[in-house]
Design a protein around this ligand. Structure first.
Ligand SMILES: [Fe+2]
Ligand SMILES: [Fe+2]
Length: 366
């Protein structure tokens, strides 16, 4: 425990936000599905200290199965597998700490946005639900911080994630908060947690992600149910504004230039560990086909086209106008092979949302 101070050394300067606060005098259930989700959430609360065994050491050998989130699974290249145990552990541990740190900071953003939603959404059922989500997100911050502490040190937040969190916290529009957080950021998080959970064999990490991802599936459901209720009530101008807000957030998250910045972070870690980055990259290059051939179509599409765009579609936020923009920047980032030559092809490739997100997250259905 560090010494208690009124202003801490680790806090950021204040961020001015323009949130509006709404009292609601009707306490009767009004949006049935949200009331149900709230009840489900209260039943599903868990205690991080009690449910997880924090005394267990991280299993170093099994930890190396943890996906690192690159477009190609670098952790499966022959170069990586050929490293001695100690170097491989250093490399996995530090690269994963970087990724997990961004999960952690994203959870802090989610914690603060969820608490804003309690104030800003106009329906009692939606306020109740946001209150349970606030508790969930506090627990998620708690468990990621604890796990990183066992693994390595917390790394700073990546700039694009920080930008989106700032925008979502700053806006005075509760629908933008819902779209930015529950659909784009949570969509990306859910997709990444699912991948990490289903591939890692490290027991503590797998268990932690199982608990977290179960909560996240509910958060996603809240976004889908609430937003899709609201959209038909909006005029065109307002809907366009929301579509654009989601588009900008998605674009920031997977922009090539941002990926470059992340990549140079990874390079820095690699050289500190003392491995030959050029040889590793050569190995990625040579084995790319082999490494990605068993990936399902959904996995190749990545989080935006594989999950966030389908969510927007379900919510009524994917007009042809905005689909054209998605197609444009996704082709730039992933190529027309995967995304389709034109917007019609792109729309045909977009998968449906899984029927049951909670089961999908656990890898029980594709
Ligand atoms: Fe979370
Ligand atoms: Fe969440």
């Amino acid at each position: 425990m560090s010494e208690f101070k009124l202003a801490t050394d680790t806090q950021e300067p204040d961020l001015d936000t323009a949130m509006k606060v709404v009292y609601q005098w009707n306490y009767e259930p009004e949006v049935e599905e949200l009331r149900r989700l709230y009840h489900k959430a209260t039943e599903a609360q868990w205690v991080a200290e009690r449910e997880l065994d924090w005394d267990q050491e991280i299993d170093r050998d099994l930890f190396s199965t943890t996906p690192l989130g690159a477009a190609v699974p670098i952790e499966k290249t022959s170069y990586w597998l050929g490293l001695d145990d100690e170097t491989r552990w250093e490399l996995s541990r530090r690269t994963a700490a970087f990724r997990l740190s961004n999960f952690l900071h994203g959870e802090q953003g989610a914690l603060m946005v969820a608490s804003q939603l309690v104030n800003a959404v106009p329906h009692t059922d939606a306020k109740f639900y946001a209150a349970t989500q606030t508790m969930d997100e506090a627990r998620h911050v708690e468990v990621f911080a604890k796990y990183i502490d066992k693994l390595d040190e917390v790394q700073p937040i990546a700039a694009p994630l920080k930008d989106i969190l700032d925008e979502t916290l700053r806006t005075d529009d509760w629908l933008k908060k819902l779209v930015g957080m529950q659909i784009v950021v949570e969509g990306l998080a859910l997709y990444s947690f699912r991948e990490m959970r289903n591939y890692t064999e490290e027991p503590l990490l797998k268990e932690l992600l199982t608990y977290v991802a179960r909560d996240e599936a509910r958060h996603h459901a809240y976004g889908v149910q609430y937003v899709s209720r609201c959209i038909p009530q909006l005029d065109d101008a307002k809907r366009t504004e929301l579509e654009d807000f989601a588009l900008e957030a998605s674009r920031t998250l997977i922009d090539n230039r941002n990926a470059q910045t992340l990549f140079s972070e990874a390079l820095k870690i690699w050289s500190e560990v003392g491995i030959d980055a050029a040889a590793l990259l050569q190995s990625v290059q040579d084995e790319r086909e082999e490494l990605t051939k068993n990936r399902t179509a959904g996995r190749r599409l990545g989080p935006i086209s594989g999950f966030v765009v389908p969510t927007l579609k379900r919510c009524g936020l994917l007009s042809e106008r905005v689909a054209t923009h998605y197609h444009g920047f996704l082709v730039e980032n992933l190529g027309a092979n995967l995304i389709g030559e034109d917007v019609e092809q792109f729309l045909a490739i977009i998968p449906d949302l899984p029927e049951d997100t909670a089961r999908w997250v656990m890898g029980e259905i594709q």
